[in-house]
Design a protein around this ligand. Structure first.
Ligand code: SF4
Length: 101
């Protein structure tokens, strides 16, 4: 299955921009492990944010994640930051654990 087929159900399924992603091979810092503690999440997301800052497709990536209500860290933005910007997730883990509305 290609990445295009994987994303075919999404609102925005053009993923050509991801060929230029700075985070290729680094998904371990962009998606949380099970039962991640808040302090570990902050450290992991700080690392992800640093990678995003040097990424040529950050703006496109952020728009993609917002449009598709993605989980994880995308486009220099955490789930909580997307949520706060009005792009709400169904069950955002960080938002629920920190009681952010
Ligand atoms: S902005 Fe961040 S998450 Fe998006 S493609 Fe670039 S490095 Fe990956």
């Amino acid at each position: 299955m290609s990445i295009g087929e994987l994303f075919s159900f999404r609102e925005w399924n053009d993923t050509a921009w991801s060929e230029d992603a700075e985070c290729r091979g680094l998904s371990i810092i962009f998606f949380p492990p099970a039962a991640e503690r808040p302090q570990a999440r902050e450290r992991r997301e700080a690392q992800a944010r640093q990678v995003c800052q040097s990424c040529a497709v950050m703006t496109t990536c952020r728009e993609f994640a917002r449009s598709n209500r993605e989980y994880g860290f995308w486009g220099g933005e955490s789930e909580e930051e997307r949520h706060a910007a009005g792009f709400r997730l169904i069950a955002p883990i960080g938002v629920r654990s920190r009681n952010i509305s």
